[in-house]
Design a protein around this ligand. Structure first.
Ligand code: FAD
Ligand code: DHB
Length: 383
């Protein structure tokens, strides 16, 4: 098999890249390790920056998102038992975020790809990539490509196929995890609430008018067996509770534990192989950046490939890694900052707790501080 651009991984990064290149008349083959059902059942991120929304709409895959996505103009930070609204839109010249699950984004992109009749091979894990020659090896044979996009997430083979010594890696593991639930009950909040509490962080989010998505800080290796549903609800009630507000409970449809890390590799390229999304970088989820960053990478990669095929000019391809990394590092900082401000440190160190509360008070009372948070949260092109 031969193609212009081989895409390894059908997550948001790989599928969006495939769509952007299809729209530009560039040939692609997408290889995905898992089944379609598996990918469509995976529950992950839920917050889309306006730039992500605009890109998906412009790419012709935003119709359902425009109907079902819920536009939010603010979020709240909660500490000392009180909620403080950060008016995102007021602070960012009208920018907003859209609540629409990553799962739905992926479903829309699958549907578009299949409708176009273009190659998307499920249950086809890439085993190895020859970055210099542009060859992707898999159980069924070899895919020869002009360029390969490594969009196979943090545990994929793309980054692992880069010869040692080429990439420089940066990272940090956090002693925190998130226990996330999807519940079949109307959300008890109109906007997201990030709650600081001395029993640990809690996040109130949603997926639709009838589905709530809630998270609790836990250990990264937390055993779900120790969390019967009554305990989950009780802990949410305690950590997220404020006077005069009730958290409605309902059947839990899905639950899981996610660990947290920050990670970046530089450069995001080796020969004909270009890394994008989680294959190149990971952020802890507190800033809601992972998915948005993946989409930003492939926007730049698509522009660079289009230029290359239109005019033979490889300047944008040469600039790809540096251009991505500027935004990656801004998001790394923001995500680390939100994470360390909101999560209970190990042992609940009273000094750290007071620093966190002071910072939260500052962020919610000083307009310049609130604006800094808002600009990062909505994903302004700052750098
Ligand atoms: P992925 O979505 O990981 O897609 C990679 C794809 O490549 C997958 O479909 C995988 O099956 C496939 N693949 C892997 N190996 C191979 C191979 N060898 N060959 C072919 N295909 C392969 N972000 C947030 O902002 N908020 C959240 O709440 C949040 N929750 C998360 C929960 C979990 C459990 C995880 C893992 C991530 C979460 N994230 C969250 C991060 C966000 O979901 C990611 O940043 C986003 O999925 C990145 O998209 P991607 O396309 O780069 O990678
Ligand atoms: C969601 C996930 C996040 O990581 C976040 O910061 C906000 C919301 C969510 O899944 O809804």
């Amino acid at each position: 098999m031969r193609t212009q651009v081989g895409i390894v991984g059908a997550g948001p990064a790989g599928l969006t890249l495939a769509r952007l290149l299809e729209n530009a008349g560039i040939e692609t083959v997408v290889l995905e390790a898992r089944s379609r059902d598996y990918c469509e059942a995976r529950i992950r991120a839920g917050v889309l920056e306006q730039g992500t929304v605009d890109l998906l709409r412009d790419a012709g895959v935003g119709a359902r998102m425009d109907v079902e996505g819920i536009v939010h103009h603010g979020i709240s930070l909660q500490f000392d038992g009180e909620r403080h609204r950060v008016p995102l839109s007021e602070l960012t010249d009208g920018r907003s975020i859209v609540i629409y699950g990553q799962t739905e984004v992926v479903k829309d992109l699958f549907a578009a790809r299949l409708e176009s009749g273009l190659p998307l091979h499920f249950d086809t894990p890439a085993a190895e990539i020859d970055a210099e020659r542009g060859i992707v090896r898999h159980a069924g044979g070899e895919l020869e490509c002009d360029f390969v996009a490594g969009c196979d997430g943090f545990h994929g083979v793309s980054r692992a196929s880069v010869p040692s010594g080429v990439l420089r890696e940066f990272g940090r593991e956090y002693p925190y995890g998130w226990l996330g639930i999807l519940a079949d009950v109307a959300p008890s909040v109109d906007e997201l609430v990030y709650a600081h509490h001395e029993r640990g962080f809690a996040l109130l989010s949603l997926r639709s008018p009838t589905r709530s998505r809630y998270y609790l800080q836990c250990r990264p290796d937390e055993d779900l067996g120790e969390w019967p549903h009554e305990r989950i609800w009780q802990e949410l009630q305690t950590r997220a509770g404020v006077d005069g507000w009730t958290l409605e409970e309902g059947p839990i449809l899905e639950e899981g534990v996610t660990g947290m890390r920050s990670y970046v590799c530089e450069p995001m390229r080796c020969g004909r192989l270009f890394l994008a999304g989680d294959a190149a970088h990971i952020v802890p989820p507190t800033g809601a950046k992972g998915l948005n960053l993946a989409i930003h990478d492939v926007r730049l990669l698509a522009e660079a490939l289009v230029r290359r095929y239109e005019s033979g000019d490889e300047a944008l391809l040469a600039a790809y890694s540096d251009a991505c990394l500027r935004r990656v590092w801004r998001c790394e900082h923001f995500s680390w900052w939100m994470t360390t401000m909101l999560h209970l440190p190990p042992g609940g160190d009273p000094f750290d707790l007071r620093l966190q509360r002071s910072q939260l008070r500052y962020v919610t009372t000083s307009e310049s501080q609130a604006r800094a948070l808002a600009e990062n949260y909505v994903g302004l092109e700052l750098v």
